[in-house]
Design a protein around this ligand. Sequence first.
Ligand code: SF4
Length: 556
Amino acid sequence: MAQKGKIFVVGFGPGDFNHITTRAVEALQQSEFIIGYKTYVELIQDLVSAKSIVSTGMTEEVSRAQEAVRQAEAGNIVSVISSGDSGVYGMAGLVYEVLIELGWTEATGVEVEIVPGISAINSCASLLGAPIMHDSCTISLSDHLTPWNLIAKRVEAAAMADFVIALYNPKSGRRTRQIVEAQRILLEYRSPDTPVGLVKSAYRERQEITMTTLAEMLEHDIGMLTTVIIGNSSTFFYDNKMITPRGYQRKYTLGEEKQPLRPHQRLREENEPWAMNQETGTASHDFAADPNAGRMKSNIAITPVSTPTKSSLEMAATALAMVQGTTATKATPKLVQQKMESIFELAVSPGVANKFFTPQQMMALAEVVGDEGTMEYTPDHQIHLKIPTTEPEAITEKLREVGFLLSPIGDVLSLKACDFCYGEKADSIPYAEELQATLGGLSLPKTLNIGFNGCGMACYRAVFDDIGIVYRKSKFDVFIGAKPVGRTAHAAQPVVEGLEPEQLIPLITAIIEEYKANAHPNERLFKYFKRVKKILHFSYQDMSSKIKVEPAPCGD
Ligand code: SF4
């Protein structure tokens, strides 16, 4: 009778030999065939003496599993390899599925052994400190096999339930929006200051570790090899470590040798008021609603929890309103806020048309920026502030008191108006102010500047902004898609001449809405226009076609 074959499904951990299990090495060394994705095969090549190595491309998992089954049924010992754990987004499930299709049973079929490995959530957590000390989950953002709507629901459920979350497959060359959307969902439930760890290529040659926050995580490099670990509402940073307290501080005084509760007292109900009462099935203390419960560090203040009633749009409107000093429609945040010191960034200017700073404004700036913050004057007649603080509201209030116009910084819409000849050519100023009030600070795929000039001189160079608006003979000329910098810089394309003033805001709003809905993340307006060839009914013309520039290694 022919010898029965065997399939090992091996998780070899993060990829360095110190973190592979002894059983995994044994399996690899016993195997006559090693089957895996070629990058993984290269990682373990030095460990194996297999007679045959079958490496295939990334999307060929099914053919790898089928080949493994074929070889095992022919009497061979085969290892199918996965990085991390073979049972966590690895090959174990697929091998079983292929076997089941063929009518395999444990009693009659080839032998199968799943060899566990260290999954990315564990390896990455160890490099960050101790972020998954409490309930946690893994969510893959890859929607190649799972519908995006289901992934989004899982992200929302995990966010709502305060899990520490490890996001696998956060981004790839073509999948760039999923991580943006996941961040948006998470921000509905978690503080922007929630600690986030980004680990790329854990325990491999090009390992990179980044500690950031939920609000800022997209400013860092996130790719196919990155695992994103989002802290829960108790997670904190300490000395470059990301730590989630387990809850010992609820019953123990961690700095004391002598504990207030004796060992036999610790399991009593009065000392665990958060636990479920075995008769009523409820907890005597609503711990989840207690903002001060579970905090380890006394210097972390917490804003009380409120009922989750707002949509993400309302949340965004509230955040924007805070910077703009206007009133959002509904204002109660639904997340568990964790106030940690963070860098508050914003731009200030004396007004849309006004370019003069008053002494009071300069003094207020000095006061709010203090010794630790920075001020940077920009070519757009704004001052960018970076201020370490736990109280951004107090700063915005102080700055508004002295008449500053406040704007967020980053991938937002900024209006850059001329000074209207020191206010002499004032006819179009109300339109500029209305534009600022309607669209200023709007979050977009990439920074977008609208240049607004009060006469045909256009001396503030509106036609070199993403959208240029020039007031001329009581009407407006509109330009779209300048490339403001680089060796192939060019002016924007004229798209409307003589627009009636009342049509200006609807037209610009429609352009912005189309761009916001359809542009790729980080795609500037000129690139978007060039790609889609049409914005509203305006057709693209190549404004740079007359320029011939040799490519340069540092970019154009
Ligand atoms: S664009 Fe016209 S209105 Fe504005 S500052 Fe220049 S000259 Fe004056």
